[in-house]
Design a protein around this ligand. Structure first.
Ligand SMILES: [Zn+2]
Length: 431
């Protein structure tokens, strides 16, 4: 496992330093260096390829413990490395959920043994994610939890959410919320509207999300706690967030690839990969989320990679589990919607996968700074490819982009100078 590299002749794009320049990158003993390594190094032929900092995904589900047929920390890490990621934040809706320091320590130790990506766990806001008693936020923070969420559901009780936010605020840590009012969402399986009526499906109204977003913004203002809205899906939510940011309230949000690439009109009752939570919005929701990404109201993409076993997805749409996988298509889908389309400059698109999520989490994004661990993602944006979920490293196949032609993918990923993914050995030469 050699950690001396010359990355030769690539287009270096760095949202940290705002560099966009063709040059070589040097790595010595796993860290960026101003000078090339003298010996015992390998070369990556990067001509025509984008050389980027490693990507950070704020929102993944690795299903371990409890549902390891769907995904393990190890298989999820493989999928993340293949997707160009060096940091991922895991969600706590495992069985059992990490609502204690022990649960957080388990996540960290299982990830350390794989070592392909930095797995940064989030902890539960409430014990067992039941929404009743605030969990040991301070203990979990000490054990390494970076943020707190009951993802999969919101904390419905406002007083409990407020209490948790007051405690997180004292630690300077983030609360993240799956903003969806379960009473309003009821038994809905997709967004309420014309398409749901056509299909005869029960709908989830838009205000199931926006009412909670309004509440969360109010609580963030009252407590001063950083509040992050997960997988934003409605135009009104984006507008509420934009307004809150203009008033200096410490809120943020993430947009998933599926919420910007698909709308409710795409829902095919024969394909349960379109059943996601929150549900796909309308075309005007999609346009407003894209506008929010462009004007920096939404600073981060996140996959909400939600793997499921075959038997939980290969059933009637109404009975199927919610969720879609996204790690291995994240670069391609978001690049297609935002960069290839000309909506965003490549460096701004990249910022939503690097500096944006890191700033939300409050962790440094170092770019290519000399002396820092060499986290790199090489992106091939010159050759399109066709999505075949059978080739995924994830255990799961519930991908809504099967058969899509995508304009970009991760060609190579390194974490601290260690190769964690390489599309083709032809990229590498000795010396
Ligand atoms: Zn969620």
């Amino acid at each position: 496992m050699r950690c001396n590299w010359i990355i030769k002749g690539g287009r270096v794009i760095d949202p940290v330093s705002h560099e966009d320049n063709v040059r070589d990158i040097f790595i010595r003993d796993g860290v960026f260096s101003a000078n090339p390594p003298a010996d015992n190094y390998r070369t990556v032929k990067a001509k025509g390829v984008l050389v980027c900092p490693g990507l950070t995904d704020l929102h993944v589900h690795f299903r371990e413990p409890g549902n390891i047929k769907a995904e393990t920390i190890s298989s999820g890490s493989l999928a993340a490395a293949k997707g160009g990621f060096t940091n991922v934040v895991t969600m706590p809706n495992t069985i059992p959920p990490p609502d204690s320091p022990e649960g957080i320590r388990f996540q960290i130790s299982a990830a350390t043994s794989t070592g392909l990506v930095r797995v940064i766990p989030s902890g539960c806001i409430t014990a067992k994610r039941q929404g009743r008693n605030i969990s040991d936020i301070e203990g979990m923070a000490k054990a390494g939890a970076i943020a707190f969420t009951d993802d999969g559901s919101t904390v419905s009780n406002e007083a409990i959410m407020k209490g948790a936010m007051e405690r997180a605020q004292k630690l300077g840590l983030l609360i993240m919320d799956h903003a969806l009012d379960s009473t309003l969402a009821g038994r809905g399986v997709m967004r309420k509207g014309t398409r749901a009526e056509q299909l005869g499906f029960e709908g989830i109204p838009e205000d199931a999300e926006t009412r909670i977003v309004e509440r969360d913004i109010k609580l963030s203002m009252q407590t001063g706690c950083k509040m992050h809205i997960q997988h934003i899906s409605s135009a009104r939510s984006v507008q509420l967030l934009r307004d809150a940011l203009s008033r200096g309230i410490p809120v943020s949000a993430e947009a998933t690839p599926h919420h910007i690439a698909l709308s409710d009109t795409d829902v095919d009752p024969g394909n349960t990969s379109y059943k996601v939570n929150p549900p796909l919005g309308t075309k005007s929701d999609v346009e407003e989320i894209i506008r929010g990404l462009c004007d920096n109201t939404i600073k981060a993409f996140a996959t909400d990679h939600a793997p499921h076993k075959k038997e939980d997805k290969e059933v009637e749409f109404a009975q199927a589990a919610f969720g879609a996988i996204g790690l291995e298509t994240a670069i391609g889908v978001t690049y297609k919607v935002m960069a290839s389309s000309g909506r965003m400059r490549i460096i701004d698109w990249l910022a939503r996968w690097t500096t944006g999520p890191c700033s939300i989490l409050g962790i440094p994004c170092v770019g290519f700074s000399i002396g820092t661990p060499a986290d790199i993602c090489l992106i091939d944006a010159s050759n399109s490819w066709t999505v075949k979920s059978a080739e995924f490293l994830s255990h799961a196949r519930n991908c809504p982009f099967e058969g899509w032609n995508l304009p970009a993918r991760a060609a190579l990923t390194m974490k601290a100078g260690r190769l964690t993914w390489c599309e083709s050995q032809e990229l590498l030469t000795d010396g």
